[in-house]
Design a protein around this ligand. Sequence first.
Ligand code: HAX
Length: 437
Amino acid sequence: MDPLKQRFYEKASALTKEMKALLKEHGQLKADEVTLSQIFGGARGIKMMMWETSELDANEGIRFRGYSIPQLQELLPAGPLGEPKPEGLFWLMLVGEIPTAEQVDWLSEQFRLRATVPEHTFTMLDSLPTDTHPMTQFILAITAMQTDSVFAQRYAEGIAKADYWDPTYEDTLNIIARLPKVAAYIYRRSFHGGQHIAPDPQLDWAANFAHMLGIPDPGFQSLMRLYMTIHADHEGGNASAHTVHLVGSTLSDPYLSFAAGMTALAGPLHGLANQEVIKWIFEMLDELGTRTPSKEQIADYINRTLAEGKVIPGYGHAVLRQPDPRFMAQKKYAEANLADSDIVQVVWKVFEVAPGILNDLGKVKNPWPNVDAHSGAILVHYGLTEYSYYTVLFGVSRALGVLAASCWSRAMGMPLERPKSLTSEWVKNFIKKQQEA
Ligand code: HAX
C-alpha cells in the first residue's frame, strides 16, 4: 500500500470506530431544529451531512482542516515563487496532516504516473463542435473517462462494503492526475486551433497545467498553484460538493459523482459566476467606452444592472457574511504582482462601491465579494481572456476537495442520502395543528 493510502486507512479506520461508539451512546442528541423558512429557503444552515476536509465560518471564511488560507500559504510546501502546491492541500484534506516537501514531491510524481487519459476521451471531445461550452466538454470528458473506474470495476466483481474506500482512493488519485490534461485539451481545442502542448514531467501538478494551457509565464504557474489551492473546497453544503456527496452516496463511482458535481458548478449562481463577473465588467467597459472608469461611473452601472432585475455577479454568498478570504487572497496576490493592471483596478473599484449599494437594497444578506469577483481579472492579465473557460479551472481545483471528501464518505460507510420532502398540504396541516395545540 502506498504511504498516503496507508495513512488514510489508519486515520479513517480510527475515526470511523470512534464515531460509531459516539453515535451508539449519543445518536439521539438533537444537532439542529429546522424552521419552515429554512425548508422554503434553500435549506440554508440546516446541519445534515458529514464533511471532514474543510469547514466554513460565516465571518471567518473557509478553514481547511483548521487552517486558514494565509496559514496554508505559510505552512504548505511551496513552488519557486512562494505559492503553496495544491498537492499539499490535498494531502492535508485527506489525512489531516501538513505534508513535508518530500511527501508533496511524492504526490506530484503519483499524479504524473497516473495522468494517462483514455484515448477515446479525446476522440469524444473532438466529435463536439469547438464552440461547445467548455464546462459541457469538461463534464462529458470526465464521464467518458469513467470506463477506467476502479470502483465500478471492483463493485461489479463483488467488493465488500468495508473495502469501498480503497477503489475510491484509486479513482480519486487517477481523476485528479488526469484533469489538467483533459482541461488543457479542452482549452486548446476550443481557443487555439487544436494545437496541443505535451506535459512537462519536470513540473508539479498545477504548474504543468499552466504549461499545457500554453501560458509559459512562471508568474502564471505560481498563480495556478494559488488558484488550485483556494478553490479546492468550501465545506460540504455548497451545490457542487453536495451534489458529489449525494450522487456518491448511491455508490455511483467517483467519475460519475464528480461529473454530477460539475453540472452544479456550471450554474451562474455558483461556479459559473467567475465567467459572469468578467463578462459583466467587459460589458460595462464597452458601454462606458473606457478601460479606466471612475467609481461614480461604476456605481451608476451597478444601479442600472440592479434596475434590470439582475444580480451583481461575484457579490453575495449563501453562508459568508464578510469579504471572502479567497477574494482577499487573490487581491493580495494582485497587489504584489500586478497592481498596475487596469482590469484589476476595475475589480478593486467595484469592491469599493458595490457593497454599499447592495447593503442599501436592504435585502442582500452579504454585500461583500465572493471568490469569483477577482479571479477573472488576474487571468485576463496573464492572457487567459476566454472567460467561458474559467469555470473549468474552478472545477479542476474543486476535484481536490470533493474527491478527498468522497474517500472519507466511503471509508466511514456513509449511507444512501435520502432526506424528507414535504407537500404544501403537509405545511398547511402542520401550521393548523400547531395553532390548535
Ligand atoms: N446582486 C443583487 N442582488 C443580490 C445579490 C447580488 N450579488 N446577492 C443577493 N441578492 C438578492 C437575492 O437575489 C435575493 O433577492 P430576492 O429576495 O429579490 O430574491 C436577496 O438579495 C436575498 O438573497 P441572499 O439571502 O442575500 O442570498 P442567497 O443566499 O439567496 O444567494 C447567492 C446567494 C450567491 C446566490 C447570491 O448572493 C447571488 O446571486 N450572487 C451573485 C452570483 C454569484 O456571485 N454567485 C457566486 C457565489 C459564490 C460561489 O458559489 N462561487 O462558486
